[in-house]
Design a protein around this ligand. Sequence first.
Ligand SMILES: Cc1ncc(COP(=O)(O)O)c(C=O)c1O
Length: 249
Amino acid sequence: MAQLRIPGPTPCPPEVLQAMGKQMIDHRGPEFQKLLNDVTDKLKQVFQTKNDLYILTGSGTGGLEAAAVNMLSPGDKVLSVSIGVFGDRFASIAQQFGAEVVSLKVEWGRAADPAAVRQAIKANPGIKAVLVTHNETSTGVTNDLRAISKVVKAAGKLLIVDAISSMGSIDLPVDDWRCDVVVTGSQKGWMVPPGQRQSGGLESALGSQDASLLLGLYQGQELSGKRAESVDADRFGGVCAFGGAGYDA
Ligand SMILES: Cc1ncc(COP(=O)(O)O)c(C=O)c1O
């Protein structure tokens, strides 16, 4: 049997495999509604947030796209703090959605210096948001997100975090560190198959969404009020797998 010893996909524990092998339940019925609510609430504990958390279907890259689409409008200036491949990818996503990207590129193998982030923000006062990778999987380097957050928040900017390979494995208190949007992916520290991503945070971010031209996640938020209706069909399998992983009641 294959033994994957990579940051992701990680092997699935037997409980997860068993949960995915269970007989079908009504994906629009009360049983699934309860499971979705319970899993969402438990995931919020790991995110250490009291704010909204959404389970979406897609890859981690799709989660980064959702964050860019919902937080930014074409023409917005963003600071991309990149310390490797995935930082570059996040910058390229923002660029593809029309953001004006100012790059702070750090030599691969090193973490970003919060003082350099402060300097870059100072040199570009029009910046609306800062994109940061918490753990850069391509180099194995973890940024000091707490220190970077202090700098970003002191300047009054939005903080959008790629925590795809860190959340669940490395401490990331989303509310304490005042992250506006944090994206993770199920196939990493969560030990659940790929295809589910979660986005949490959004306390100060929701205000800025009024100014965003692309409202997918915002609509998703409204839709998620209906919880177990058609919007939940796509994430059914993944939510059941999270239930198996112990993220149910
Ligand atoms: C830090 C980071 N960002 C983004 C991604 C992309 O995630 P996915 O492969 O699910 O699209 C990965 C995947 O390895 C990652 O580790």
